[in-house]
Design a protein. Structure first.
Length: 206
């Protein structure tokens, strides 16, 4: 299975969740657009924490900013047709920022998702503002006819947040990744067991 991991915003845990998925389910990892190369790229971070195979980015941009602006600073322009999926049967593709982040030339991240034709997992952080951002993200994806597998929440567990997203977003909350009190490490991620609901959504047999 190949899936696209998007988020409700930047810094909600997309890369952490992507690494966790790769670690537990044997996915390879691909981030088509990387904006910001220091202190390390997301591909490098996932490699360290998941030990999985990672594919080179189609675009590597120096500035940690919206991809359209980072590309503009380098005199470049991003093109959807340049982005091709690696030849991998099990693959996590991670986006940059949220679904409405501009890529340039009138294109948004949601256009890339539609171009690649993959089902989506939405990552949201359990913090103030999550309900609004998550419901807007789900609405945008559905208006484009993009299949949504479900939502993964990252942060301190909150039953109210999970229940509200499920009810108002008409979507399953497949997993909650708790705050890792001892810090993020490969061993800490391994200790977070996937739910049966997530396994089912990914077509993994118990």
């Amino acid at each position: 299975m190949r899936i696209f991991v998007t988020g409700t915003d930047t810094d909600v845990g997309k890369t952490l969740v992507s690494a966790w998925l790769c670690q537990h389910f044997g996915f390879d990892y691909f981030k088509p657009v990387q904006a910001g190369l220091l202190p390390m790229t997301d591909s490098e971070w996932v490699k360290i924490h998941a030990g999985c195979h990672t594919y080179p980015e189609t675009y590597r941009l120096c500035e940690p900013a919206s991809p359209h602006y980072a590309a503009q600073l380098e005199g470049r322009q991003l093109a959807l047709e340049d982005i091709r999926l690696p030849d991998a049967q099990r693959l996590v593709v991670e986006g940059a920022g949220g679904v409405m982040v501009p890529l340039g030339a009138g294109c948004l991240m949601i256009d890339l998702i539609a171009w690649l034709g993959l089902p989506v997992l939405v990552v949201a952080a359990t913090r103030l503002g999550t309900l609004n951002h998550t419901l807007l993200t789900l609405q945008a994806l559905r208006l484009r006819g993009i299949a949504v597998l479900g939502v993964i929440l990252n942060g301190p567990p909150c039953d109210m947040t999970a229940g509200t997203i499920a009810d108002y977003g008409s979507v399953p909350v497949l997993q909650q990744i708790p705050a890792l009190s001892a810090g993020v490490s490969a061993s800490a991620l391994m200790q977070v067991a996937p739910t049966a609901a997530l396994k089912h959504a990914l077509g993994v047999k118990e």
